[in-house]
Design a protein around this ligand. Structure first.
Ligand code: G3P
Ligand code: MG
Length: 247
């Protein structure tokens, strides 16, 4: 089942701002998006930071790996200039900073656990624990919580052990054979798949299984309508300018 928002800004602000930065979240909010997806990885000091690639160079100016630098060092790097001069100096934010911003602005979060190679268990555990600490009050009050998700089975298992009260979604590109058994074993509440690999028949099967169904990354209103008509519960988009923020 899916009790979460339907339309999420991918990586904070989609393609309208440098991904996975505080500027991206501000941009998403400016377009009315109060639901967001972002990626979390561990820095060298074990602090979770919000970034997509394990290597520097594409969005973060520099070389080497995220896991070579502390969160403070990554925060001082430039994760905005690649996108445009107006964003120069925008650092890699910590997970804590992003969650604090989202909570303050009442932005719902799909937190993608994105382990660098070899860090699956540590990343799953750390992100789940940190999320539980941030949401201790909401957990106690039975309020809506963020949804954790990951492509990494190991990270999902570690997150479950660390904070079983936090719901998880299983991210895949194509929904694989044996998905029902795997989803049950993982205890996930939703499947998150690439919309280009989804068929109407498979969408129906997922819904019949009682799971939530989430798609990435849907960039036209027409495709969004089609997927929703198939029973898809939610999706993230890079085109927050074309697709109206949903409920
Ligand atoms: O969580 C959905 C989507 O973000 C998964 O792919 O590579 O954009 O993190 P990616
Ligand atoms: Mg992601």
């Amino acid at each position: 089942m899916w009790s979460y928002p339907r339309t999420l800004a991918h990586r904070g602000g989609g393609t309208l701002a440098p991904e996975n930065t505080l500027a991206a979240l501000r941009c998403g909010l400016a377009y009315g998006y109060r639901a967001v997806e972002f990626d979390v990885m561990l820095a060298a000091d074990g602090v979770p930071v919000v970034v997509h690639d394990p290597e520097l160079g594409r969005t973060v100016a520099g070389s080497g790996h995220v896991s070579d630098y502390t969160a403070a060092q990554l925060g001082a790097m430039d994760a905005g200039a690649w996108f445009g001069p107006a964003f120069a100096g925008e650092g890699v934010p910590t997970f804590d900073a992003v969650v604090s911003y989202c909570k303050a602005q009442r932005i719902w979060m799909n937190i993608e656990i994105k382990p660098a190679p070899g860090f699956d268990v540590a990343t799953g555990e750390t992100v789940a624990r940190a999320t539980r600490e941030h949401f201790a009050q909401e957990i106690a009050a039975g309020e809506l919580l963020p949804l954790l998700s990951s492509f990494s089975i190991e990270a999902l298992q570690a997150a479950r052990e660390a904070a079983p009260e936090l719901a998880r979604g299983w991210l895949v590109e194509q929904i694989p054979d044996g998905w029902k058994r795997q989803a049950r074993e993982l205890g996930v509440v939703a499947l998150h798949c690439d919309h280009q690999q989804l068929t109407r028949a498979l969408a129906l099967e997922v819904k019949e299984e009682g799971l939530g169904l989430f798609c990435y990354t849907v960039n036209t209103p027409e495709r969004a309508s089609e997927l929703l008509a198939w029973g898809v519960d939610g999706f993230c988009t890079d085109r927050i300018d074309l697709i109206k923020a949903g409920k």
